[in-house]
Design a protein around this ligand. Structure first.
Ligand code: SF4
Length: 220
């Protein structure tokens, strides 16, 4: 099943379940938000869940060039130890501030994250633990998007060649289903030259470039 089929079938599920119905929240005209190009209409606001500054840089630049206004949500309780988390967080904040973009600090509760992935500690990277990790972060992003009245959310996780897009997509749509009023923008953020641009911007901004994914189980 390709990504558009996944999205269509998921939207069908939403319609069938009535998640967007009058009982739960106002109906959203997704067709106007997502024209045939698959990206929000010009001038739209998007909540961008950011895993780190390097992975955000080319995506943010592309959004701004396409009249899409991102609000960065930094929520990554998976990162360990705390010192590493603080370094990545400050880099993300520095990046947003340099561009005048709103930046929101999520909580860092690593114990809650450990509880969330309990039983999956020995899973390999790109295995079941990672999909669960994505789900926790993207559900929080969906909640934050709705809280801010932005509704559309996406994630920089989909820019990393180290991560599985199918897992990110499943987690994003599951988060969307769990949070009425939210809509996951599934997009492969490696394409369209963004991977190459990311590497250029990494040098231009002089970003800290982490050497492992984030959790203690991903130390190399
Ligand atoms: S390896 Fe990365 S994506 Fe996987 S569980 Fe650890 S922090 Fe999350």
């Amino acid at each position: 099943m390709n990504s558009s089929e996944t999205k269509d079938s998921h939207l069908q599920t939403i319609a069938t379940d009535g998640v967007n119905g009058a009982d739960s929240c106002p109906a959203v005209d997704w067709a106007s938000l997502f024209p045939s190009s698959g990206m929000p209409a010009g001038g739209s606001s998007v909540l961008l869940h950011a895993c780190c500054a390097p992975c955000s840089s080319a995506i943010v630049e592309w959004m701004l060039q396409n009249d899409i206004h991102p609000t960065i949500f930094y929520f990554n309780p998976n990162i360990y130890p705390r010192e590493e988390y603080e370094i990545r967080k400050e880099e993300s904040k520095r990046h947003a501030e340099s561009l005048g973009i709103q930046w929101i600090d999520g909580d860092w509760d690593h114990d809650a994250w450990l509880t969330y992935i309990q039983g999956m500690e020995q899973e390999p990277e790109r295995g079941a633990r990672c999909e669960r990790c994505f789900l926790m972060r993207l559900e929080a992003a969906a909640h934050k998007a709705v809280e801010l009245g932005i509704n559309v959310f996406t994630t920089t996780l989909a820019s990393s060649r180290w991560k599985r897009l199918d897992q990110i997509e499943r987690a994003g749509f599951a988060a969307e289903a769990a949070v009425p009023g939210s809509h996951f923008w599934a997009r492969n953020w490696r394409k369209g030259g963004l991977q190459e641009r990311r590497n250029q911007l990494l040098k231009e901004f002089g970003f800290y470039n982490q050497q492992y994914c984030g959790c203690e189980f991903s130390f190399r």
